[in-house]
Write a protein that binds this ligand. Sequence first.
Ligand code: CO
Ligand code: ZN
Length: 328
Amino acid sequence: MFENIKILTQTFGPSGREGKISDTIRGLMEGHVDEILSDAMGNLICVKKGSGKKIMLAAHMDEIGVIVTYIDEKGFLRFGNIGGLPPFIILGQRVRFESGVTGVIWYEEDIDNIKNVNLGKMYIDIGAVSREEAEKLVRVGDMAVFTADTIKQDGKIISKALDDRIGCAILIELAKQNPDTDNEIYYVFTTQEEVGLRGARTAAFGILPDMALAVDVCDTGDTPRCKPMAVKLGEGPAIKIKDRSVIAHPHIKDRLIELAEGNGIPYQLEIMKDGGTDAGSIHITAGGIPSGGVSIPTRYIHGTAEMVDMNDVENSVKLLKKFVESKF
Ligand code: CO
Ligand code: ZN
């Protein structure tokens, strides 16, 4: 599974530019489902046919990034954010455009206080000496993503873009394990989650599933002096109770808890104060779709070095398998 995680986290795909990552996932899903389609929003919808309930599993394939807004006469690029970017984390980082062009994020010399650090005072340096030269490499509107390698160390994975390529890896692994069920399973790799849960909305409307789960990352409360939160790295998948975008349907939440307890799968309960998931737009689609979530506890979300525990990843696959195999 680590090989897939590596491939998925290292493939380019900021919100709205998911072409490459979609092709990569399609390649990994082929042969494990009956049908693969994509819709106008770019969602990749992989269907395992069945006569039972329609279950939608959503993992977003877009990642955070930056977008070029202006190129100055000296060839420096001004930029905006694609998704939530903590300003002090991106200082000094490398970004890579789809073409492979790489730049360094730096800041105007007059920042005298960390509180004044904002994207408006930063620029991307691609080494060009003039606007003309820069424009040969990038154009206004081009997007770039952060670069950082993907490693496994003592059962933990450290990488960029684990939000939410780890969810994508989990859905792919689940499809490979071919759940034994009559339920119709929709493995949906959604677009534009980081800019407002947008792809999941049209995917859910197109499918009209009987129920849905978002498979995404959630914060932990186990690092020095962090905000209190009852989720720790390595203590099991987090069953969503609530985040900023959704209150999990009680039947979905209770079923997940029952299945975890009945099958000896460790689990935790997630209430995430900040941040939403695809379940946020799915559950209010059409006449309403009972939705919940299985989350992978993740440290340093939206940093360039996020961290997950492989045990949580494997137990998430187990829990999701039991869920899609159950009778509703
Ligand atoms: Co995110
Ligand atoms: Zn996410």
